[in-house]
Unconditional design. Structure first.
Length: 469
C-alpha cells in the first residue's frame, strides 16, 4: 500500500518542524509563501528565517506554488497563522482533491468570528475530515530531537490512527483522540494563560503566583472548552495542562515573553514590531473572553487580559500593574490613581460591566497595587525585598507576608517602615538593599527613601487612570 503524501502548508517554525519530522516516514511537500525560502529548504535543507542553524530532513521538499502543494496531497497539515487561515483555505479549495483530511496545527481563534480553526476548515472545505494536532511542542526542542509528545484528534478514530503513523518518530510520540473541540480549545487558550503567567513573572511575583495562574487558568480553559462541547478529561492531558505548563514556563515561549515585557511597561506593538514570529495569545485573549461572555462562563484570568491592553492599544497594562510600575518609577500620585481604578472597578462600575458579575481579579489587583506597589515587595535571590513609598493621600499602610513558616508584619507610615516578626524563626530581609534581620519580640524600623524629583508624567489619550483625582 502506498504511503500517503503529506503537504504541510506554512513554513514557519512549527510548520517546518512538522514537515521535517514527517519526512522520516514518507513523502512530504512543504509550502512556503516566499519562493527563495522554498528553494533554500529544498536545496540546503534549512530554514534560516524561522529555524536558524537547525538542519531539516534531507528528503523534505518545498514549493511556493499552492496549487502544486494541494494537488499532490493525500493529507494536508495547516500551519499558517490564524489571521491568514481562512484565506489560504479558500485558495486551497480550488485545487484540493475531495475528502482528504485537513489537520490544523494553528493554536488560536479566528479574529472577528471567534471560531476555532477546525470550524473554519469545515466552512471552507465542507466534506473534508477536519482535525487538529496539538500539545506541549516548542518547535526548537522538537526539531533538536528532544523527547516530546502531541495529540492528533479527528472525528473518526481510524483516521487519527492513520495520521499518527505519518507524524510520529522515535522521539516525537503522537497520541490519538476524537475530542476535536477540546484539543482545539486547549491549544488556543493555553496561549492566553502563558501571557498571564509571563505578566506575573514580569512583576517578580514568584513561583507560587505562577503556579496559581497556570492551575486556575487551566480551570478556566476547562470550563470554556466544556461549554463549547469539549470533554473535561481532555484538558487534564497534553493538550490542556501539559501545553499550558510548557508555554507558561519556557523562555522559548513567545506568549510568555510577551507577558513579561507587558508587565515591564512595554506595549504589544513595541514587543511584536519587527518579529517574524506570531504571538497567537494576543488575538486569542479577546476571542476567549468574548466566547466566555456568550457561554456565561466565569473566567477571571482570561477576562483581565483584554483590560491589560492585549486588544486595546490604549491600555498597555492593567491598572494594578500600572500602579506598581508607577511607584517604582517614582510617580506616586499617578500610582494612587491607578490603585483607585483597580479598587473601584466594581464599586464604581468603572468599565460599565458590573452587570455581568463581579471581578475577583479586581480585589487581587488592588492587593498587588498596595503591596507590590506602595509596599515595594519583591522576591529576589531567595530573599524578601522592600522598597516602600507612600503617596501624599495615604498616611498608613499595613499588611502581613507569610513566607516559609514565618509571618512578617509590615507597617508603613509617612516617614518610616516597621517590620515585626509575629511567627517563626528570625528572617533576613532587604530594606532598600540594606540587610535587616527581624526576630520575634523586636521591631525593626527604617526610614523611607523619597522618590527622585520628577515632573508629573503626561499620559497619551486613553492611558490615564479611569478614576478622577
Amino acid at each position: 500500500m502506498r504511503t500517503p503524501r503529506l503537504t504541510v502548508v506554512g513554513a514557519g517554525s512549527w510548520g517546518a518542524t512538522i514537515a521535517s519530522l514527517a519526512a522520516r516516514n514518507g513523502p512530504v511537500l512543504l509550502w512556503a509563501r516566499k519562493p527563495e525560502l522554498a528553494e533554500r529548504i529544498t536545496a540546503a535543507h534549512e530554514n534560516p528565517d524561522y529555524l536558524p542553524e537547525q538542519p531539516l530532513h534531507p528528503d523534505l521538499r518545498a514549493t511556493s506554488s499552492l496549487p502544486d502543494a494541494a494537488e499532490q496531497a493525500d493529507v494536508i497539515v495547516m500551519a499558517v497563522p490564524t489571521h491568514a487561515f481562512r484565506q489560504v483555505l479558500a485558495e486551497l479549495a480550488l485545487h484540493i482533491r475531495p475528502w482528504i483530511p485537513v489537520v490544523s496545527v494553528a493554536k488560536g481563534f479566528e479574529e472577528d468570528t471567534d471560531k476555532r480553526m477546525t470550524e473554519v476548515i469545515q466552512e471552507e472545505l465542507p466534506g473534508h475530515p477536519a482535525g487538529v494536532l496539538s500539545g506541549p511542542t516548542l518547535a526548537k526542542e522538537v526539531v533538536e530531537g528532544l523527547a516530546s509528545a502531541a495529540v492528533v484528534a479527528m472525528p473518526d478514530l481510524s483516521v487519527a490512527q492513520r495520521l499518527q503513523s505519518l507524524l510520529r518518530t522515535r522521539r516525537f510520540r503522537v497520541y490519538t483522540a476524537t475530542d476535536v473541540i477540546g484539543v482545539d480549545v486547549g491549544g488556543a487558550v493555553k496561549n492566553v494563560i502563558a501571557i498571564a503567567a509571563g505578566m506575573a513573572d514580569g512583576l517578580g511575583t514568584g513561583d507560587n503566583t505562577r503556579a496559581l495562574v497556570i492551575s486556575r487558568g487551566v480551570s478556566e480553559m476547562t470550563r470554556l472548552g466544556v461549554a463549547q462541547g469539549g470533554r473535561p478529561a481532555t484538558f487534564a492531558g497534553l493538550t490542556g495542562l501539559g501545553d499550558a505548563i510548557a508555554t507558561s514556563i519556557s523562555p522559548l515561549s513567545r506568549n510568555r515573553s510577551l507577558g513579561v515585557r507587558i508587565a515591564q511597561g512595554r506595549t504589544v506593538d513595541e514587543v511584536t514590531q519587527g518579529s517574524r514570529m506570531v504571538m497567537e495569545g494576543v488575538r486569542a485573549s479577546r476571542a476567549a473572553y468574548e466566547i466566555a461572555q456568550k457561554c456565561g462562563v466565569d473566567v477571571p484570568i482570561i477576562s483581565e487580559q483584554p483590560r491589560a491592553g492585549l486588544q486595546a492599544p490604549h491600555r498597555p497594562v492593567s491598572a494594578c500593574a500600572q500602579a506598581a510600575l508607577a511607584v517604582e518609577a517614582g510617580y506616586l500620585r499617578l500610582a494612587y490613581d491607578y490603585l483607585g481604578e483597580a479598587a473601584l472597578m466594581d464599586l464604581a462600575d468603572v468599565e460599565n460591566n458590573t452587570r455581568d458579575g463581579l471581578h475577583i481579579a479586581s480585589l487581587a489587583g488592588s492587593w498587588i497595587a498596595l503591596v507590590c506597589g506602595f509596599g515595594g515587595v519583591r522576591w529576589r535571590a531567595d530573599t524578601l525585598h522592600f522598597a516602600p513609598r507612600l503617596p501624599g493621600k495615604l498616611s498608613r499602610l499595613a499588611f502581613s507576608v507569610h513566607v516559609r513558616q514565618r509571618c512578617l508584619r509590615v507597617e508603613i507610615t509617612g516617614g518610616q517602615a516597621s517590620y515585626t516578626l509575629t511567627e517563626g524563626e528570625p528572617i533576613q530581609i532587604q530594606h532598600y538593599e540594606e540587610p535587616v534581620t527581624v526576630s520575634r519580640g523586636t521591631v525593626q524600623s527604617r526610614p523611607l527613601h523619597p522618590p527622585p524629583p520628577r515632573p508629573e508624567p503626561t499620559s497619551p489619550p486613553g492611558r490615564r487612570p479611569q478614576r478622577p483625582r
